[in-house]
Design a protein around this ligand. Sequence first.
Ligand code: C5P
Length: 238
Amino acid sequence: MEKGKMLYEGKAKKVYTTDQEGIYWVEYKDDATAFNGEKKGTIGDKGIVNNRLSALLFEVLEKTGIPTHFIELLNDREMLVRKLEMIPLEVVVRNIAAGSLAKRLGVAEGLNLSRPVVELYYKDDALGDPFVNESHSLAMGWAEQSDLKEIQELGLKINGELQKILDQAGIILVDFKLEFGKAEGKVYLGDEISPDTCRFWDKETQEKLDKDRFRRDLGKVEEAYAEVYRRVKEVLND
Ligand code: C5P
């Protein structure tokens, strides 16, 4: 497989074409941004952790029947993925109140939600990814009714599968963000699953092991990313 021209450079990844129709080549960067790009920095070896951890998790999800865009891990920072027509929504699933939910509802971070909460955000940097609902998504034509139902159901199923693995790794899955896309009429999970896109807390100490360490200047950011990868790899390679 040949790496072609760069199609797109995002905040955390670069996407290239390949010589094969329908397959993209993704490169994970160490660049980190927060607060809609207002805070910028780098997290050493983040690209390696996010690429390798996403590959591990996509593989497990595939085994449980969840279609993902993942095709093949190439090296430390690169993977091949299926080309998708992206649905411009972020699906956030929450088990514990934190971040924007804790702020919006005026509840303490760490409050246990009695059932998982699924939220939709419209992907638009200029608008700061506004919180939207199904009705907005249908009226604006961002997704069809059947796809909206499917991505929210997949979000909940993925939550259950990830919780099982992370629990064995001594990690609480607080919340996470997913992105979906379509190829030949079928919905696939896209993007990544990493400490950039999830909140992970240590089960024993409640210590944050995710991008909140960068967002809130808590220090030991690289160590937290490496620790999550080490623990998940240990569980999955057993
Ligand atoms: O900020 P908020 O509490 O809404 O984030 C919920 C979850 O979604 C967090 O795990 C966060 O890392 C993730 N997220 C993301 N990309 C965004 C917004 C949120 O990965 N643009």
